[in-house]
Ligand binder design. Sequence first.
Ligand code: HAS
Ligand code: CU
Length: 577
Amino acid sequence: MSAYVDQFPAEARIVRAAFWSSFIALGVGGLLGLVQVLHRTDVVRFMSGADYYTVLTLHGVLLAITFTIFFLVGIFTWAITTSLDRGLENLRFTWLWYGLMSVGTVLAAIPILAGFVGSVDMSASVLFTFYAPMQAHPLFYLGLTIFVVGTWLAGADWFRTWLVWKREHPDERIPLPTFMVLTTMLFWYLSSLGVALSILLFLLPWSLGIWEQVNALLTRTLFWYFGHAVVYFWLMPAYMMWYLMLPKISGGKLFSDPLARVVFVLFLILSTPTGIHHQYLDPGIAEGFKFIVMTNTFFLLLPSLLTAFTVVASMEHGARQRGGTGYFGWLKALPWRDPIFTGMALAGLMFAAAGFSGMINAGMNINYLVHNTFWVVGHFHLTVGTAVALTFMAASYWFIPQVTGKRLWNKSVALWQVLLWFVGMTFMSNAMHRAGLLGVPRRTAEPQYAGFEFEAGLGSVAELDAQIALGGTLLFVSVVLFLANVVMTAVGDRIDDLPDNEYADTLSGADDAPLVLDNLKLWTAIAVVLVILAYTLPLLSIIDRGGVFGPGGGAFPMVAESLRLVVVAAVDAGVIG
Ligand code: HAS
Ligand code: CU
């Protein structure tokens, strides 16, 4: 064994390219985050209220989509090649999907940026959820589509590598890292189909002027069909790092390989039929459907709770190997001076809090209290903004040396960087949650309404704003330190005493896992059935009420009306409820 760049020099290039694309998005997105946090909290305002929404769109798209997904295609490529111990089949194909993702990003960014230039008739200030009735320039939708197709081809690349490997190793278990990548990609295919349909059938033709109107609720529902699963597309690579790396860095072994497989299977089958929990307040979807989705969502807590158990048990095993003792005393024996460990452990710790705010969001009636408030923004800065982003940054301190063959520039800066993220996020997200409970809305440039006071028992908005601005500033400093460290590492000299590229050993290995867990066809079939059960009736009833292209049928009333009549007839005949 040796460093990744020596084992797989050609693949290391693609992983590097993916990481740099991701880091550029992180830098720009982070700067915009600072600009908007200072604007909202009225500390310093550099822009007009209208530009705020353009900044917010770019911030959301660059961080939630570009930063996360470019990084994850990098580590998925690493996971496939190292765990199957073979290179990718055709590197030209690999560069093709990387190229599509890059072109897609640039195309989508052009109309967003054009929003700053008043004289150009092109804009896409539609926020990162981009559903109707807000409309973007066609280039935005086209860019997103090309980007998603890039990720589909990336998945095809990894599946193909695995199939070739399988032919040569017919009786072997799927290696755990490959298993994690394949199950994640399966639910990504299933869920991204929804957003692809929404864009290609409705939003893109509508923005091109081919359709006069769309059924806003239909496109929203198709968006959220994808919009919950995408959060696990971001999270699974972080989980992968927690399972594969944290135990080893803690000095121990992964508690259970079979349990890790169960977790990924549960995400495959449950990630998609839960999206309507983002629509509890949408009129036009019957309460009963929302109730079913709430139940699915609470089942979906299970794999995360299993993860908390497995990963913490593995860390404890490591700490005890290092001499740790006592009920909690073992915590002191963990390698807290290692930024890779500390970053990931703190990301996990914050995710525990994020899980609680997620459970509150998911409760159908309590969601009415927090929906569309700053609470939700606090929730997702703990999840994607910390569990995922901080894990990716901490993992980079291991990956960048592995894929460049250079030594990490400065370990103490790295340690300060992850600590600063933790402290900054504690201030910012805690205050955001509290502000949300006072009723402070999200997605509002200037929530300080004249003559209206949000003050209540939970504290004053002015005090919360100060914490949010302070937290946001610390986060920006943390991003700068991170980028400085990876750039300085990359320009350093090659060394040849890098640690080996290895995963954690397991206490209970793949052989203890029931064979059925590796039956990907079975789990995919179950996932598809659950999606059909959860979505057929809500979608049909949305079409029944609002038409395929909105009330009146849009551009093709005849087609829309016939489809509507089919649905009405089916309802009358009792085929559907
Ligand atoms: Fe969420 C809204 C429900 C997880 C992201 N979520 C959002 C939005 C985003 C987002 C971006 O039901 C806003 C979308 C928008 O713009 O409108 N979410 C949940 C639930 C979970 C959840 C039930 N969300 C995530 C993850 C995200 C994410 C993960 C990104 C990566 N969320 C909702 C709902 C809404 C929502 C509603 C709509 C709100 C509204 O009204 O608009 C669950 O998956 C959470 C389960 C997590 C746990 C925690 C387990 C703990 C672990 C830690 C282990 C500790 C370690 C370290 C390893 C049960 C695994 C130990 C350290 C030591 C030192 C010992
Ligand atoms: Cu969700």
